[in-house]
Design a protein around this ligand. Structure first.
Ligand code: ACM
Length: 698
């Protein structure tokens, strides 16, 4: 049996913020829609013109001065993607200039400016920026401009001035829990560039693996099996740099280090000898021994090597989730702590924080020697932490604000945890610096931005895109666009467009789950299985660990739950239809007229068709559910969908007849719907609340 407290710590730490968030999302509902056509993130200023470039126009780049190789390659890439590249010979009358000027080569690691202006007029396209980074961001915007007019795709006339709100806009990819091949990282870098994210936070070591070849301590990668060679790391660094993206490596210490200990047991604080990397997802609470000089010698050797391999001036040392139990249990470590006055006021209990700060300071000295600035999770914050450490806040906003108040720079990840399967609107409603933040103007300047995090216990290299995208794009917009850009419906509208754009770039967030469904359906028609899966989501937060199925690093992620969307568009859209219906009813009431279904005819027709499809789906799926051992566990959800849809249809029929539902019928229907609300196979039927709202309509 898994120990619940051990597994749920990350979740428990996040819980208060989640509750807070739920209310702030509601408050964040906008007064006015954003609508800046399909641009995501929304630029600082956009003025749409009235014309478009002529269909079939091609563009020829004209640089002011000689372009650097990264910029000229990026321009070619964009023109190729847009199909606007002018043939070198036979320049036709339809070829217009794409004029590009920038002041200097921009270095993302120095936070050089990303500001740009982009103008499309009938005489051509102009990009102007202080640095080449601005050109890259302008090109990302240009790629989102094309509009379909009739049978043509054209560039609209527009004048855009744009700059980011925050300088640090990251995505964490955990390549330690499940290894992510270079191709996965590269396509995610393409998606990051498309949405103007600029930091890849590469989580490279954890209990379950150490994922970079080490030439100085080779057992680290040898015990882990799958790892990146130095050549592969450099390939990723080049690919990221070509897109104006920094790469921040994370080597998590002193906790989360079973992989290290299985390679070099002398690092251990406890007496367990790990013969292999960790084969479990349980929080292990192991930590390196912070009292031995040999620990620091080993770290110095490794960090010397890794700081040379990764050029970014920042280096992430983790620092999270060490509860100190191994330190408390080791008499030698306790004696050390006593000698160094690291005991609490009772003179007996270890002040874990003091000992970890001692460890952090030793590590920070090393990193300073290698010209790196230290980044760590919010646990490292505390008295004695030097001011140049950057804090990444994951347990709540408090860590973010405490860091800034203490004079440390900070970035936010709480609220942006993609692996909790929360909605894009949830992340979108999380602002690192809302109007009512508690910081002074000087302290606010220490908030550098934020990062979406993709921890990979439940994401392998096949399905990871579907767990990141498109939701990470909502975080990208929150970190780039102005604070006032808060229209959730409009964000969702543009997110759908970006999602298609990302497919074109090679992201597999839609194709991989579909492929999985086809495998599960085998020779049978995939449609009924897809119909069911589209209205399911994996259970939220970290509940997947606690529903009678034990996941380990070797559990294949190829069940229906893995094909279920992190956020169901179909369920969300159906919920919006119920909203429209309710609005129409209350308008009718306000006017003192009888609600006439005819006013919402199209909406009602679509709803009825959907409900009929769902109602009929179960009988179509029964043969497959019964014959496939991996699908049988989902039969209750399929039956529930059918039963819930039947109730929705009954209510819709009454509405059409302008009949009030019988109170008894309504109470019984709600009781039935509540009874249907049971997860199966770590998956829940997320359509139920919307159907319940429909049934409840008075
Ligand atoms: C974390 O989620 N433990 C940083």
């Amino acid at each position: 049996m898994l120990s619940l407290p051990a597994l749920s710590r990350r979740f428990l730490a996040l819980l208060p913020a989640l509750l807070l968030l739920a209310s702030s999302v509601v408050l964040a509902q906008p007064a006015a829609p954003t609508d800046t056509r399909n641009l995501l993130p929304v630029p600082t200023s956009v003025r749409w013109g009235t014309t478009t470039l002529k269909p079939k126009t091609t563009l020829r780049p004209l640089f002011q001065g000689n372009p650097d190789s990264i910029t000229s390659a990026a321009v070619t890439r964009t023109l190729n993607r847009l199909g606007l590249n002018a043939p070198v010979k036979n320049q036709s009358a339809n070829t217009l200039p794409l004029q590009i000027s920038y002041g200097k080569i921009g270095r993302p690691e120095l936070f050089d400016e990303e500001r740009y202006s982009l103008r499309v007029t009938p005489s051509g396209v102009t990009i102007d920026a202080p640095t080449s980074l601005g050109v890259l961001r302008a090109l990302a915007t240009l790629e989102q401009l094309p509009q379909v007019v009739g049978r043509n795709v054209v560039l609209p006339e527009v004048d855009i001035q744009d700059q980011p709100r925050f300088a640090w806009r990251g995505l964490l990819i955990d390549a330690a829990r499940h290894f992510m091949p270079v191709s996965v990282i590269k396509r995610n870098l393409d998606a990051m560039a498309a949405t103007k994210l600029n930091v890849l936070h590469w989580h490279l070591s954890d209990d379950q693996g150490f994922r970079v070849e080490s030439k100085t301590l080779p057992r680290l990668h040898q015990v882990s099996g799958q790892y990146y060679t130095h050549a592969q790391v450099r390939e990723v660094l080049r690919y990221a740099a070509a897109r104006g993206i920094r790469v921040l490596p994370e080597f998590d210490v002193p906790g989360h280090t079973i992989a290290w200990q299985s390679a070099y047991p002398q690092l251990a604080s406890g007496d367990t000898l790990y013969k292999t990397v960790y084969q479990s997802w349980r929080l292990a609470n192991v930590a390196m021994d912070p009292t031995k000089e040999t620990t620091y010698e080993l770290l110095d050797t490794l960090f010397g090597e890794m700081t040379a391999l990764f050029p970014d001036p920042y280096f992430h040392i983790g620092g999270d989730e060490n509860d100190g139990r191994q330190w408390r249990g080791n008499p030698r470590i306790m004696a050390f702590a006593k000698a160094k006055k690291m005991l609490k006021s009772d003179g007996k209990t270890l002040d874990k924080h003091a000992l970890q700060t001692y460890f952090n300071r030793r590590v920070l000295t090393m990193l300073t020697k290698y010209n790196k600035q230290m980044v760590g999770w919010d646990e490292i914050l505390g008295p004695g932490l030097p001011k140049n450490a950057v804090i990444q806040s994951w347990r709540g906003k408090k860590g973010l604000y405490d860091a800034a108040k203490a004079g440390n720079r900070a970035i936010l990840s709480n609220g942006y945890y993609l692996d909790l399967y929360l909605s894009a609107s949830n992340a979108y409603g999380t602002d690192p610096l809302p109007v009512d933040n508690p910081l002074s103007v000087t302290q606010q300047r220490l908030i550098m931005g934020g990062e979406a995090t993709m921890w990979s216990e439940f994401a392998d290299s096949v399905i990871i895109d579907s767990r990141i995208w498109p939701r990470a794009a909502a975080v990208a917009e929150r970190l780039w666009s102005a604070r006032e850009v808060t229209s959730t419906p409009d964000m969702y509208r543009r997110l759908a467009v970006v999602s298609r754009q990302l497919e074109g770039l090679g992201l597999q967030h839609r194709s991989a789950p579909e492929q999985l469904l086809r495998q599960l359906a085998g020779p049978t028609d995939v449609v009924p299985l897809r119909t069911l899966t589209q209205v399911l989501e994996p259970v939220k937060e970290y509940k997947r660990h606690f529903q009678g199925f034990t996941y380990t690093p070797s559990t294949p992620l190829n069940r229906l739950v893995d094909a279920a969307p992190a956020e169901s568009d179909v369920a969300r859209n159906f919920n919006c239809r119920v909203d429209s219906l309710m609005e129409a009813m209350s308008t009718a009431q306000a006017r003192g007229s009888v609600f006439a279904m005819s006013a919402s005819r199209r909406n009602a027709v679509t709803m009825r068709q959907q409900l009929q499809t769902w109602q009929a789906n179960h009988s179509l799926l029964i043969p497959l559910l019964a014959s496939s051992p991996t699908l049988t566990e989902y039969a209750p959800l399929s039956a529930a969908l059918s039963a819930a849809a039947a109730l929705g249809l009954e209510r819709l029929a009454l509405l059409e007849k302008q009949q009030q539902p019988d109170a008894e019928w309504q109470a019984e229907a709600i009781k039935q719907l509540d009874a249907l609300n049971k997860p199966a196979g770590q998956t829940e039927l997320v359509l139920l609340p919307a159907i319940r709202r429909l049934v409840e309509l008075k």
